[in-house]
Design a protein. Structure first.
Length: 129
């Protein structure tokens, strides 16, 4: 005897597969996605404002960088490189959870050497060239 509410004659989709039960008995109408940011009711163009904000942030960064001394620029470069290596190590640990610290360091060195080789041998060519 079949269970109450269970029907073998479920509707099928265009490919002929039976639809799951939750798609048959929806109480809610289908959701319509509305692009609010591009709606004529939205008073301004968000992309233009975001681009202006990004340009302003970049301009301020350049002005701050120009005020740094040579030593401060070198210190900043070292900090940025160490941060990038830290992120690379975190990525390696996530990719290979069983690696020891020595294996992580060896993988970082291998990847940095590969990046250097690509740069030195000009294997990578920018699309504009």
């Amino acid at each position: 005897m079949p269970r109450v509410g269970f029907h073998e004659d479920r509707p099928v989709n265009a490919a002929g597969f039976k639809l799951p039960r939750f798609q048959r008995f929806s109480r809610f109408p289908p959701i319509q996605i509305v692009d609010v940011l591009h709606s004529p009711l939205y008073p301004f163009n968000v992309e233009d404002e975001i681009q202006q904000l990004a340009d302003d942030i970049y301009r301020r960064k350049v002005l701050r960088a120009r005020q740094l001394s040579v030593g401060e620029r070198i210190d900043t470069a070292i900090e940025l490189f160490e941060g990038a290596v830290g992120l690379m190590k975190d990525g390696i640990r996530a990719q290979f959870p069983g690696f020891t610290e020595d294996e992580v360091d060896a993988t970082v060195k291998k990847r940095l050497n590969r990046i250097r080789q690509i740069d030195e041998h000009k294997i990578y060519q920018p699309a504009s060239s």
